[in-house]
Design a protein around this ligand. Structure first.
Ligand SMILES: [Mn+2]
Length: 306
């Protein structure tokens, strides 16, 4: 395992609820450093990315339908451009970036920044598909668009800060979906992306689903992968501090089992990058979601019970 470089991204420009910009603090205070020590990995904290000023609560709370195709496009472009440059530096220096969000729009910056080392697959743990485009999105919130954009779909897919051409569509796997828009379903079916819904996890068990997902994302071998962990993948009983909670997510144990399989089955050093996103301390209960994010990171990086 390469040393881990922790980078916070205090952005909420892609989300419909304010507060997710405080996610990096919540995760650090939730015990991230101890958790990584427990996993036995080397780490450094390089602080937070400089982001455009976040407006104070109340001055912008874009909820619901909009006539704008996309909200906060300029700010998101700035965040993602800066983030991709930092991720590139971290990877070039031989480390693995662990990006703390922030809303899921930042995934575009992380993925664009992984380009130098060649093709990559992705494991995307989420309640949602994040497969809207500015042309299909009912809300205009960019955190519902990152996966479609990095794969080159929609008008964001033409932007160099949003499109990651080295991401191999046939090696992208969504795990845990339970809230997908109709336009996303059509679009996903026409794509090479593999989808495992909560129904698949219910019927087959989380272990077999994650084993298959790893096989696809690594290209059946030892290909590098990006791990994207949206905390709304978990059931809201476990992770209440997220902007878009959806009932019926994975349980505490299922989430750990999935992360433990990653630690065990992913070939050493094949995790090129990871992000943990959508922790919103304002909506949380005593930082439960921030703490859980740390525990899951520890499991993903190899912490075992004995
Ligand atoms: Mn997401």
């Amino acid at each position: 395992m390469r040393p881990i470089s922790i980078l916070g991204v205090t952005t909420d420009f892609g989300a419909n609820r304010r507060g997710v910009d405080m996610g990096p603090s919540a995760i650090r205070y939730g015990g991230l450093f101890d958790a990584l020590d427990d996993a036995g990995v080397e780490w450094t904290d390089v602080g937070n990315l400089h982001t455009p000023r976040t407006a104070t609560a109340g001055t912008r709370e874009p909820i619901g339908e909009t006539d704008q195709p996309i909200r906060h496009r300029e700010e998101t472009a700035e965040v993602c451009s800066r983030l991709s440059a930092r991720v590139d530096e971290i990877i070039t220096s031989g480390q693995t970036p662990l990006v703390l969000g922030g809303d899921h729009s930042l995934a575009m910056g992380t993925l664009v920044g992984t380009h130098k080392v060649g093709p990559i697959g992705a494991l995307w743990f989420d309640a949602h598909a994040d497969f809207n485009t500015p042309e299909t999105s009912p809300s205009g919130n960019i955190h519902g668009m990152p996966l479609a954009s990095v794969l080159g779909y929609g008008s964001l897919g033409d932007e160099p800060w949003a499109h990651a051409p080295h991401l191999d569509e046939d090696r992208v796997v969504l795990v845990g979906l339970r809230d997908v828009d109709e336009s996303e379903t059509d679009h996903l079916e026409a794509s090479g992306v593999t989808v495992y819904t909560m129904t698949d996890i219910d019927r087959r068990g989380v272990g077999p689903v994650v084993m298959d997902a790893i096989d696809i994302a690594t290209g059946g071998g030892d290909g590098d992968v990006h791990l994207s962990l949206d905390m709304d993948w978990l059931d809201p009983n476990e992770a209440p501090g997220v902007g878009t909670p959806v009932r019926g997510g994975v349980s505490y144990r299922e989430a750990h089992t999935a992360m433990e399989y990653l630690a065990e089955q992913l070939p050493t050093a094949s995790i090129r990058s990871m992000e943990i996103v959508e922790v919103n301390p304002i909506l949380d209960q005593s930082n439960e979601t921030g703490k859980l994010a740390c525990e899951l990171a520890a499991s993903a990086f190899g912490k075992t019970v004995v």
